[in-house]
Design a binder for this molecule. Structure first.
Ligand code: SF4
Ligand code: SF4
Ligand code: SF4
Length: 281
């Protein structure tokens, strides 16, 4: 559990009035991070995006949102990704400091330190920390703001791929850009920058024409979340580590049980096929 010095660094501006839903950002993210493809399906749940949600294999997702306006059905796209919060809850709840808010802006994750307790998943108000449920020794996965690219002076891969809707740069410059758009085109935009104040301020700003709640954005408190968790957590580090270790053990036991079950089934399958061959002879 570590307190962070709030350093704003670089931020993303995502203008949803300009997003065409081309998903170039999703493809670029998969390519850069070498993430495997996921099976997609048609479903009648929230939105029609594919895959259904972000995951260990999908760090950013273009969500498809329908809403009613003047009796007509309209739609909009919404690019979901880690918000790179200024004072991130994932950083504050991690008992081994596996999450770090970098001075450049991105919130990164050091997998070597992670004990698999999953407090970050519970703490994140945007549900962006994902667990590798499919692995025997799972780690947490999320967008790292293309930190290695930023360090080399490059833009994040999704920003480079986007022809219309994304900008990236120093916090104050990007904020000014967003404010200018709101001032210049009041008929086009809702007068709000989502992400500027949410969860105490984030590294991703959104502009839309419609109320954010209607597009499926989370309603998040403006107070930085660690200000709720930190006073309590700092009093009980030992308990936290014990619970964390307990959860890791639980994961290990669950995986072991699944592996034994799988081996048992494979053995049975083999036996059955040998018996049926013998019968045929
Ligand atoms: S959105 Fe969640 S995972 Fe990303 S920095 Fe904020 S708290 Fe951490
Ligand atoms: S910043 Fe990098 S890791 Fe994050 S969504 Fe964009 S391409 Fe993916
Ligand atoms: S690349 Fe840009 S325009 Fe295309 S879906 Fe992503 S954010 Fe929208």
């Amino acid at each position: 559990m570590s307190k962070v010095n709030i350093k704003k660094g670089n931020v993303f501006l995502i203008d949803l009035t300009k997003c065409t839903g081309c998903r170039g950002c999703m493809v670029a993210c998969k390519q850069w991070n070498q993430l495997q493809a996921e099976e997609t399906d048609f479903f009648s749940g929230e939105g029609y995006q594919n895959p259904r949600s972000t995951s260990e294999h999908t760090f950013t997702l273009i969500k498809f949102r329908e809403y009613e306006k003047n009796g007509k059905i309209e739609f909009s796209f919404y690019k979901e990704m880690c918000m790179h919060c200024d004072d991130p809850a994932c950083v504050s709840v991690c008992p081994v400091n596996a999450f770090v808010k970098t001075p450049e802006g991105p919130v990164i994750y050091e997998s070597d330190l992670c004990i698999g307790c999953r407090f970050c998943m519970i703490g994140c108000p945007f549900n962006m920390a994902k667990y590798e449920w499919s692995k025997k020794l799972p780690l947490v996965k999320k967008c790292d703001g293309c930190y290695s690219r930023i360090k080399e002076g490059l833009e994040p891969a999704c920003v480079t791929a986007c022809a219309t809707a994304m900008d990236y740069g120093p916090h104050d410059e990007i904020l000014k850009m967003a404010q200018q758009r709101l001032k210049q085109f009041p008929d086009r935009y809702l007068d709000k920058i989502y992400g500027k104040d949410e969860a105490g301020g984030t590294g991703v700003f959104y502009l839309t024409s419609e109320p954010f709640e209607e597009l499926g954005f989370d309603t998040v408190t403006k107070r930085a979340l660690p200000s709720y968790t930190w006073p309590a957590l700092s009093l009980v580090p030992a308990t936290f580590l014990t619970v964390g270790a307990g959860l890791s053990a639980l994961t290990w036991i669950t995986n072991r049980r699944e592996r034994i079950e799988k081996e048992k089934n494979e053995k049975l399958d083999k036996q059955n096929s040998t018996e049926s061959k013998e019968e045929q002879i």
